[in-house]
Ligand binder design. Structure first.
Ligand code: AMP
Length: 284
């Protein structure tokens, strides 16, 4: 496995692969890798000749009061996991390698970024669309693989490559969970033992909505949201940030579950902010 730290050298490697007629799959991450990331890598490995993974904790997608500085960066362990997953190139640039000191160009998506996490993390998706654009220019992949864990991000990525005519296919893979249902996340390691126990509340709330739609045929999102809210309120360490039920494609709020609806929520457990989601489909 080759480790590359400069954009220029990454572009040279990509050009070599492409000249040899090889298809490149790309998995962008912020490191602190877990089974969720590895599931994306395994899929990518099977669907391309070359697998490039990036590890870059992107400062521009964190708010001033967020966890950029303390975000975990266990690079040795991450490198070992990448090696085991058959990664060809681990792209691990520094902040200075990615952003010139006078950087002033941004990529902004103006519709899908407004609600859900976008409403609570101003500037977050501007940071994501900008860094992913820069990473795609460095890696020049045929496929870029994202997780449904960050459903809003995935929808924005699909829209971005369409609207900007980027020659890359966006692939979105399912959420990988712990045995008790908690969605795997690098941030789970912030949780103290009792917080970890109560962190299942996100999945429990989503399961409640799934049962109501599937088992009882309830379609009104108002009722689903109220029931989810009640589940969260049973967990004393949980502070709800939002529960939204939106059209899975446009991310616009909907009143009833007809076409697929994304049920998404963000909850703070102590100081840790967690997100999760599910797609609800009417039985019809
Ligand atoms: P991150 O390192 O958190 O930026 O995540 C990198 C990629 O891994 C993103 O596309 C995430 O959606 C995806 N990812 C993170 N957690 C999971 C999970 N539990 N299951 C599937 N994909 C995930």
């Amino acid at each position: 496995m080759e480790i590359i730290r400069s954009v220029h050298r990454m572009q040279e490697a990509a050009a070599r692969f492409r000249a040899a007629g090889e298809r490149i799959a790309f998995v962008p991450t912020m490191g602190c890798l877990h089974e969720g990331h590895l599931s994306l890598m395994r899929w990518a490995r099977r669907h391309a000749d070359r697998l490039v993974v990036s590890i870059f904790v992107n400062p521009t997608q964190f708010g001033p009061k967020e966890d950029y500085r303390r975000y975990p960066r266990p690079f040795r362990e991450d490198r070992r996991l990448c090696q085991g997953a058959g990664v060809d190139v681990l792209f691990h640039p520094s902040v200075r390698a990615m952003y010139r000191a006078d950087h002033s160009v941004w990529v902004v998506e103006e519709a899908l970024s407004q609600g859900l996490c976008g409403a609570h993390r101003p500037g977050h998706f501007r940071g994501v669309t900008t860094v992913v654009t820069k990473l795609l220019h460095a890696v020049q992949p045929d496929l870029a693989v994202f997780g449904q864990k960050d459903a809003q991000q995935a929808a924005i990525m699909r829209r971005m490559v369409l609207d900007l005519n980027m020659p890359v296919r966006i692939v979105v893979r399912p959420i990988v969970r712990e045995p008790d249902g908690l969605a795997m996340s690098s941030r789970n390691r912030y949780l103290a033992p009792e917080e970890r126990v109560q962190a299942v509340c996100l999945r429990r709330a989503l399961e409640t909505a799934e049962r109501m739609v599937k088992g009882q045929g309830i379609r009104q999102t108002r009722r689903l949201r109220a029931a989810m809210r009640r589940v969260i309120s049973r967990y004393p360490l949980a502070r709800l940030e939002y529960i939204e039920l939106v059209d899975a494609e446009s991310l616009k709020p909907v009143k009833t579950v007809k076409s697929p609806v994304l049920a998404a929520l963000a909850v703070r457990i102590g100081a840790t902010r967690l997100i999760d989601n599910t797609v609800l489909k009417s039985g019809a």
